[in-house]
Design a protein around this ligand. Structure first.
Ligand SMILES: O=c1[nH]cnc2c1ncn2[C@@H]1O[C@H](COP(=O)(O)OP(=O)(O)O)[C@@H](O)[C@H]1O
Ligand SMILES: [Ca+2]
Length: 448
């Protein structure tokens, strides 16, 4: 009898262990499955934004995207597509302002086909015009308004959420260029050293870099502050209207055609280069301060001489270094504090240097190569196609939070692993409890 009772007791104990083991394993599997499903990243959805950069030479449409669930947080904004609008910049439509908008249509259609239909209505659409339109506004405000209305009409009729078309200030252009360069190089989130930004456009050029706060005291218009990812940045920025590549060329030509001669021997053009130009084409720009020479002829022959050092002299003369009412100036009496840190140069700085294969190497070696390049005959240059290079251009985005986002203490995989081992440990402890305490209780019961 005692033996039978003992066997029954043992069987009951084995059954209990098996039930507990099965329940335990089921509980662990359920726990881990729930944790995995709960924390599984959902199918990635994206949001979009469109910015039209209406530059002096041309307009480009940039499409940006970022993960939808990280809106305004850590989601990285990326450029997914760019479309170069056919023809010149919108400021060139001053003769027929009504046609400026039509020029944007094919790139806008492209944007419609690239952005998912379900996102069209919520996709913000901005147009920012730069120095070409600043110059047109200086010449004729009514014409520049008409050009803006024309582009506004076309953008408003698009399915996107139109946010406005405006001429941005030189200060905004410089400061946003700085944000873009540092955002793309991940320097803002790291809070480490930043890089300055140099942007050479066609009609203006911008310089921006982190400086100390004296800037605001000496020249408030050159000071910009940002709070990004929890760090404060104090910037010096300046936009030099008329010192973009194309307008600077006009300044240099105007300076060389003051005598009104029928031909000009220009050291900044290759030997063998010879083109008839109208005086009007040089002197019609509001940038060209020197008055048109009083000559009866309408045009002159622009002849290249190909001499880099003489060209440097010509170019130097378009900058005024003579006086400065601040503690220090760059040129044309513009305040500039001491330069700080490395610089990222883009836009025409990049196009020109990339065209000449000078994007790597020291400044000295670049200077030597440039001298050799400038003296090459024009016939050896005109075969090259300058349309080969198009990096991407950086543009406005305000998707950076002022404060650093809170991050979870553990990464997803670490969290699941930890959960698994804790459950395993609990189960093991439970098992030990039953293994050593339950038989002991049974035997105590039997003795009574
Ligand atoms: O693909 C290219 N290859 C070479 N040069 C380019 C290319 N795209 C733009 N550029 C040059 O870069 C400059 C861009 O100026 P932009 O049109 O942005 O004027 P802005 O910023 O002064 O308003 C122009 O001088 C233009 O000729
Ligand atoms: Ca530009």
């Amino acid at each position: 009898m005692a033996e039978q009772r003992e066997t029954k007791g043992k069987n009951a104990w084995y059954k209990a262990v098996i039930i507990i083991t099965v329940l335990g394993i089921t509980a662990i599997v359920a726990l881990v499955t729930t944790a995995v499903l709960q924390n599984k990243p959902l199918l990635q959805k994206y949001k979009y934004g469109i910015v039209l950069d209406a530059g002096s030479s041309h307009t480009a449409v940039y499409i940006y995207e970022w993960p939808a669930e990280k809106d305004n947080d850590t989601g990285r904004v990326q450029q997914t597509h760019s479309c170069k609008v056919q023809g010149a910049g919108i400021s060139s439509y001053s003769v027929f302002p009504g046609q400026a908008g039509a020029s944007l249509k094919s790139c806008m259609k492209e944007a419609e086909s690239l952005i998912p239909l379900s996102r069209h209505l919520e996709t913000p659409l901005y147009l920012g015009a730069t120095a070409g339109m600043r110059l047109l506004r200086m010449e004729n405000q009514s014409l520049s308004d008409q050009v803006l209305w024309s582009v506004e009409e076309v953008l408003q009729s698009s399915p996107f959420s139109y946010q406005g078309a405006r001429i941005i200030t030189g200060q905004e252009e410089g400061a946003f260029g700085w944000v873009t360069v540092n955002y793309l190089s991940d320097r803002l989130k790291q809070g480490s050293g930043t890089t300055g930004a140099l942007d050479l456009g066609g009609a203006s050029t911008q310089i921006s870099f982190v400086a100390n706060q004296d800037v605001a005291e000496e020249s408030a218009e050159n000071a910009v502050t940002f709070r990004l990812y929890g760090n404060d940045y104090f910037l010096y920025t300046h936009s030099f209207l008329c010192y973009g590549k194309d307008q600077a060329l006009k300044l240099a030509l105007a300076q060389q055609t003051q005598s009104g001669d029928s031909s000009v021997l220009d050291p900044c053009f290759h030997p063998g280069y010879s083109v008839d130009r109208s005086y009007f084409s040089v002197y019609s720009s509001p940038c060209v301060m020197a008055g048109k020479p009083l000559v009866s002829r309408d045009s002159f022959t622009h002849v290249g001489a190909g001499n880099a050092s003489l060209c440097q002299e010509v170019v130097r003369r378009i900058f005024n270094f003579s006086s400065c009412s601040f503690s220090r100036c760059s040129f044309n009496r513009v305040y500039q504090p001491p330069l700080q840190g490395p610089f990222g140069a883009f836009s025409a700085f990049y196009f020109v240097m990339n065209f000449l294969n000078l994007t790597s190497g020291s400044l000295e070696s670049s200077r030597e190569k440039l001298e050799r390049y400038c003296s090459r005959p024009w016939t050896q240059i005109s075969g090259s196609d300058a349309g080969w290079t198009l990096g991407y251009m950086l543009n406005l985005t305000n998707m950076i939070p002022a404060e650093a986002p809170d991050t979870p203490p553990l990464p997803h995989a670490g969290y699941v692993t930890l959960l698994f081992f804790i459950s395993l440990l609990l189960f093991f402890l439970l098992f030990l409890c039953f293994r050593f305490l339950w038989p002991h209780r049974n035997s105590q019961t039997q003795m009574i």
